[in-house]
Design a protein around this ligand. Structure first.
Ligand code: G3P
Length: 220
């Protein structure tokens, strides 16, 4: 299991965070992790898992995994291949890559069989409560309407939802995301019981990602 509080930057498919840029940004995360001692991980395009995990020692996550196995599963992302590519975990059910609720539980179980650290994403506290039943390693609470925003965040706009998600998580550590863009956002979420963060814009699109990341994790 990864130490908490856990910071995960989601590289998504931003041009500045894919391909060789993913390696460059990953090395920045590794440097900040070394300097601060903070628990920092990254979630990269599945197409970048191998090249990034070869370049850095920090935990590399996939952004998705499928309920699929060796065989006739064209285009699917297999959990065992995430592992073989150097990935240590995966996001599951991100707002931008939702999984049919009928297969989410089995998708989580299959990822666990490959010993992947599983971060299941929930859009509201009620989903947090439902997904906690599936016993993931982490639950990332991200209200979709705030994802990508720069002036507003879940901490500033709806802090009660963080406290409610923590209360409903049955002890599963809750990561918070969606518009996180200030040290105050980080402090507010931690005070409300969050045990980490899942962030994209504030780091990937920062003028100085290293400086921004350091500011955030030094608030842990
Ligand atoms: O997976 C994290 C992401 O959805 C949050 O996005 O850009 O609001 O930090 P952002």
């Amino acid at each position: 299991m990864l130490p908490k509080p856990l910071w995960i930057t989601n590289f998504k498919n931003y041009e500045q965070a894919t391909g060789e840029n993913a390696v460059r940004l990953a090395k920045i995360h590794e440097q900040v992790a070394k300097e601060t001692g903070a628990s920092i991980a990254i979630a990269v395009s599945p197409l970048d898992i191998y090249r990034v995990s070869q370049a850095v020692s920090i935990p590399v996550f996939s952004q998705h995994t499928d309920l699929a196995d060796y065989g006739k599963f064209t285009g699917h992302i297999l959990p065992q291949l995430i592992k073989k590519s150097g990935g240590v975990g995966t996001l599951i059910n991100h707002s931008e890559k939702r999984i049919d609720p009928e297969i989410l539980k089995n998708t989580l179980a299959l990822a666990q069989k490959s010993s992947l650290i599983r971060v299941v994403c929930a859009e509201n506290p009620d989903e947090v409560e439902i997904f906690a039943e599936y016993d993931p390693d982490f639950i990332a609470f991200e209200p979709p309407e705030l994802i990508g925003s720069t002036g507003a965040s879940v901490s500033s706009e709806n802090p009660e939802s963080i406290a409610e998600s923590v209360a409903k998580s049955r002890g599963i550590p809750v990561l918070v995301g969606a518009g996180i863009n200030s040290v105050q956002d980080v402090k507010t979420a931690l005070e409300l019981g969050a045990q980490g963060f899942l962030v994209a814009t504030a780091i990937v699109k920062a003028e100085n990602p290293a400086k921004k990341l350091r500011e955030f994790v030094e608030a842990f």
